[in-house]
Write a protein that binds this ligand. Structure first.
Ligand code: PGA
Length: 261
């Protein structure tokens, strides 16, 4: 079954109002032509309003990089799913490895965030991935399975089947390091993720997009996108340069137009 590929840019804690305005202006002039691909920008919260204003009538979607695990209340400094809805966010990242490692988010907190997003009508992008230590200890599959099970084994998960959630596989050792997992390594993990999902719902496993993240750039994008179970990229560093990011989008688009995706 065809899955529309996605190229998502994760700006992390970078940017400014001026940078955002300029970048979005440049993006909308070309992204409209790359319509075999869904383009998404995951911005710092403070730039979501600018995105809503500038991207509203474009085919570029926007979203946030994190969401509170709570609906509302005394959680100083947090941002809820409903607040993201106010700025028409379509997607939100949950469980990015930088949240897991720097802010010590646990699998169960990540699951709570996943369901908060779903409950507020925002599609979560669940990030999973192993550290270098996990890979060296041959625990990669276990770690990823546990990260997925924290969400899939929750009783609320059965209500998420038609929600359009996304999974992003990001080996921690490949994020921001310039080290890219080989396309074969990535394909193996993506197939594994899809297999796990198929145990819950085969149809959902077929339609769910699984993105790869970790040093994606124009030089490696084509090889990555060619893999059967890779449905696009979650791009960090390279998404901060509009010409490079647009190149990744057009490589993905070109690949799609040549193939059956
Ligand atoms: P990178 O980041 O492309 O800079 O490796 C990816 C991510 O963290 O989402």
């Amino acid at each position: 079954m065809a899955r529309i590929p996605m190229v998502a840019g994760n700006w992390k804690m970078n940017g400014s109002v001026d940078f955002t305005r300029e970048f979005l202006g440049q993006l909308t002039t070309t992204a409209g032509e790359e319509n075999a691909v869904e383009t998404l920008l995951l911005l710092p919260y403070l730039y979501l309003q600018t995105a809503q204003q500038l991207l509203n009538s474009s085919n570029v979607a926007w979203g946030a990089q994190n969401v509170s695990e709570y609906a509302e209340g005394a959680y100083t400094g947090e941002i809820s799913g409903n607040m993201l809805r106010d700025f028409a966010c379509s997607y939100v990242l949950v469980g990015h490895s930088e949240r897991r490692s720097t802010y010590l988010e646990t699998n169960s907190q990540v699951a709570a965030k996943f369901f908060q997003a779903i409950n507020t009508g925002i599609k979560p992008i669940l990030c999973v991935g192993e550290t270098l230590e996990d890979r060296n200890n041959a625990t990669t599959f276990n770690v990823i399975e546990q990260q997925l099970h924290a969400v899939f084994e929750n009783s609320q998960f059965k209500n998420c089947m038609g929600s359009g959630f996304i999974i992003a596989y990001e080996p921690v050792w490949a994020i921001g390091t310039g080290k890219v997992a080989t396309p074969e390594q990535v394909q193996e993990i993506h197939a594994f993720i899809r297999q796990i999902l198929a145990k819950y719902d085969n149809n959902v496993a077929n339609v769910t997009r699984i993105l790869y993240g970790g040093s994606v750039k124009p030089e490696n994008a084509m090889e990555i996108f060619k893999q059967k179970d890779i449905d696009g990229g979650l791009v960090g560093g390279a998404s901060l340069h509009s010409d490079i990011f647009r190149e990744v989008i057009s490589i993905c688009n070109r690949f799609c137009l040549q193939s059956t995706c």
